[in-house]
Design a protein around this ligand. Structure first.
Ligand code: NDP
Ligand code: DXP
Ligand code: MN
Length: 386
């Protein structure tokens, strides 16, 4: 019997984090939970800690610390608080695999810390690679820290590449559902509100990524993520709309052969695959039924309407700090849209204006990525007050 893998879930109270805990609960002989972290959701963190009895938890919001500490006082769970605590526990010896499931730029620093300590990373947080993919992948290689994708498209590509290490990739084809506004035009999109944009047709996810799917920025971020994970040139990354989300992505090899990974849209599968890798673990997840009449369709993205895909492609080709700028502006814009401060189409407008404003750096240091992120956020935020 193989030893239990010791898991640290950064972002345990989110959509990915809670599904990861379901996977772990179903496989107690395979996994133990050592670290759980949350931003502000003290109640769920406490419940999770009482159930899984990790070594330690982090509640980033210092106002919630005492509540968590009191609630766990009769357990052996150590409680930490503050942003720096994420980096500190990421450097600890008590775990083997970090599931990087914090949303946004905030996930970058703890993930880098885990990489510097040679941990295996199950990477859900795509923003980490969008912001500083060159540094993250270089450090991962220097520290022999495997990065196993959790994002469904990248997990699909990773699965297609198993056993193909000698065979160059011609291109990868990322599938996109098209989101809730597939087929809609700007005259419709100008009026859409957050509640409609939060209705993803196939996946149940956190709010930020759900809005990104509706604007197609999610696929733009995933293009950059794919470049770094699989060491691709920008022209080797293609996007196709596949509204059913059954094919999770494809790899085309030099002989023209295309491999696809398929299944029902359920994030528990890529989460379980990353935690269990290289083993495939049995489970009771629902299966795709080929006997049911189903049509799988593919179409070109409408980039005249969903211009985020154009902006992200520009950032992908330009490189340097441009994807970091794109990401920062997008995070500010999505946050503002979720609070009804700006309209749906303003998201793209804000990202474009920020990309045109912030100084381009071809080979940024980590500090310069942090500076670019801060400058882009400030500029994007200044556009909201207008
Ligand atoms: N959900 C999905 O199906 C998929 C998600 N991903 C990616 O995975 C990541 C997580 O997504 P998802 O689970 O949907 O997000 P959620 O919003 O559901 O969860 C985010 C998690 O991060 C924590 N968090 C938020 N802000 C901070 C912060 N500033 N510092 C520390 N922790 C923070 C939250 O804590 P709290 O609850 O306390 O606020 C929560 O635990 C994203 O990068 C997303 O793009 C990729 C593919 C699919
Ligand atoms: C589940 C997952 O990986 C998401 O990134 C999903 O792919 C979003 O759907 P879209 O294809 O609509 O962006
Ligand atoms: Mn995805």
């Amino acid at each position: 019997m193989t030893a239990q893998k010791r898991i640290a879930i950064f972002g345990s109270t989110g959509s990915i984090g809670t599904q990861a805990l379901e996977v772990i609960a179903a496989n107690p002989d395979k996994f133990s939970v050592e670290i759980l972290t949350a931003h502000t959701n003290d109640e769920l963190l406490i419940q999770q800690a009482l159930k899984f009895e990790p070594n330690m938890v982090v509640i980033v919001d210092e106002k919630k610390y005492q509540r968590v500490k009191d609630a766990l006082s009769k357990t052996h769970v150590k409680v930490f608080t503050g942003e720096d605590a994420l980096d500190e526990v990421a450097a600890m010896d008590c775990y083997d695999i970090m599931l990087a499931a914090i949303v946004g730029f905030a996930g970058l620093k703890p993930t880098l810390k885990a990489i510097e300590n040679g941990k295996t990373i199950g990477l859900a947080n795509k923003e980490t690679l969008v912001v500083a993919g060159d540094i993250v992948m270089r450090k991962a290689s220097e520290n022999k820290a495997p990065v196993i994708p959790v994002d469904s498209e990248h997990s699909a590509i990773f699965q297609c590449l198993v056993g193909e290490s000698r065979n160059p990739i011609e291109k990868v084809i990322l599938t996109a559902s098209g989101g809730p506004f597939l087929g809609k035009k700007p005259n419709f999109l100008v009026n859409v509100k957050r509640d409609h944009a939060l209705q993803h047709p196939n996946w149940s996810m956190g709010a930020k990524i759900t809005i990104d799917s509706a604007t197609l920025m999610n696929k733009g971020l995933e293009m950059v993520e794919a470049k770094w994970l699989f060491n691709l040139k920008p022209e080797q990354v293609q996007v196709v709309i596949h509204p059913q989300s059954i094919i999770h992505s494809m790899v085309q090899f030099e002989d023209g052969s295309v491999k696809a990974q398929m299944g029902l849209p359920d994030m528990k599968l890529p989460i379980q695959y990353a935690l269990g890798f290289p083993e495939r673990l049995p489970n009771q997840f629902p299966r795709y039924d080929f006997k049911k009449p189903n049509t799988l369709t593919f179409e070109e993205p409408d980039t005249r309407t969903f211009r985020n895909l154009v902006l992200a492609t520009e950032a992908l080709y330009k490189g340097g700090n441009m994807p970091c700028i794109l990401n920062a502006a997008n995070e500010i814009a999505v946050f503002a849209f979720l609070r009804n401060r700006i309209g749906f189409l303003d998201i793209t407008e804000m990202v474009e204006r920020t990309m045109n404003k912030i100084t381009f750096i071809e080979n940024p240091t980590l500090d310069e990525y942090f500076d670019s992120d801060g400058e882009a956020r400030n500029f994007a935020a200044s556009l909201i007050q207008m």
